[in-house]
Design a protein around this ligand. Structure first.
Ligand SMILES: [Zn+2]
Ligand SMILES: [Zn+2]
Length: 337
């Protein structure tokens, strides 16, 4: 377990990390310094499993001088509890705010480990979390709980969070611009700190891990949102999944989304079945990304019917009709990172 910090190293963190290797969770999580008073806790590039306990998405820890800001919180109470130990090893300041970037289960359910903190979400994300959270909890119970365990891995949100509005937000000494985007989940909060050119994207960006599209309103909307983010000067980019990176991840995500859009469109126009379409080779750039084939299959399951309908309508009504470049509405899939 690699542990990095820009602060004086705390022996308690190492001791607990060593104990983690031979005892049950919770234990502190590996952290990587991003900048002064700012750390990344990187989730595994995996689906939910008992081994990863729901620690599959990234969490950012920001020490603001007036309390700690967390951006996202992990996918279970075990992750949240381990995160609390991790923060305590870095600073004596309490966790005061938690910004949940969107409603997906791998980002939200660790927040219950911080009952004293102010939990913040976009209104659209809170609406979707209320709609889906009991389904998510059922899924987590199946995927995370050891055989025969009666302890649920997470609890529902009973109290509404404080709703976030786009614009400037000050947390202690740190000032962020909060952007409300839509491309990944329908309501995606992105945090940008101009002073440090730090961009915390949630799942608007995946890096070295295939993007998930379970609640994407349209691939075109996501590509457009990434164009907006590309106008910002960025020194550090914290993706929702994958290692710390920089602005190149924005273009890489767009290449995946454009490739996916073209694959679905051309396959539909050529009358391919879903299985025939899925036999297509992955581009070399993405072939080694974890979960690439898995995410392609998931994207196909909810997007391909709309592309097929579009192709059928185009061929029936407009022999050489103009192309508008994007697909139709999708049906939300049950769970997704
Ligand atoms: Zn995620
Ligand atoms: Zn997500």
């Amino acid at each position: 377990m690699a542990i990095y910090s820009s602060k004086p190293f705390k022996p308690a963190l190492l001791l607990a990390a060593l104990l983690a290797a031979c005892s049950a969770p919770p234990a502190p999580l590996a952290v990587q310094a991003i900048d002064a008073d700012t750390w990344l806790v990187q989730g595994a590039a995996e689906e939910f499993s008992p081994d990863n306990r729901g620690h599959i998405s990234n969490i950012t820890i920001v020490n603001t001088g007036a309390g700690v800001l967390l951006v996202d919180s992990g996918g279970s109470e075990a992750v949240g509890t381990a995160l609390a130990e991790t923060v305590a090893a870095l600073t004596d300041e309490p966790v005061r705010w938690i910004v949940l970037t969107h409603h997906h289960p791998d980002h939200v359910f660790g927040a219950h480990a911080f009952p004293q903190a102010d939990t913040l979400m976009l209104a659209g994300a809170w609406r979707d979390l209320q709609r889906y959270q009991h389904h998510y909890l059922d899924t987590l119970a199946t995927r995370l709980a050891p055989e025969g365990s009666s302890q649920p891995p997470a609890q529902p949100f009973e109290q509404p969070p404080r709703l976030l509005a786009p614009g400037r937000h000050r947390f202690g000494d740190r000032e962020f611009e909060l952007l409300e985007l839509h491309g990944h989940s329908g309501a995606d909060a992105v945090l940008y700190e101009p002073a440090r050119e730090l961009l915390i994207t949630g799942d608007m960006v995946f890096w070295q891990r295939a993007p998930a599209t379970a609640h994407t309103p349209s691939l075109a909307a996501w590509i457009q949102d990434l164009d907006q983010l590309a106008t910002l000067p960025v020194r550090h980019l914290v993706p929702g999944h994958g290692p710390l990176t920089d602005a190149r991840a924005l273009a890489a995500n767009q290449r995946w989304l454009r490739w996916l859009d073209q694959l679905l469109k051309q396959s539909a126009e050529n009358g391919l079945s879903t299985n025939e379409m899925l036999d297509h080779d992955l581009p070399a750039e993405f072939a080694d990304w974890p979960l690439a084939r898995y995410e392609l299959t998931r994207s196909a399951s909810h997007f391909y019917p709309a592309y097929e309908e579009r192709a059928f309508a185009d061929s029936a009504m407009a022999p050489k009709g103009e192309k508008d470049g994007t697909e139709g509405e999708k049906t939300p899939a049950p769970t997704g990172p």
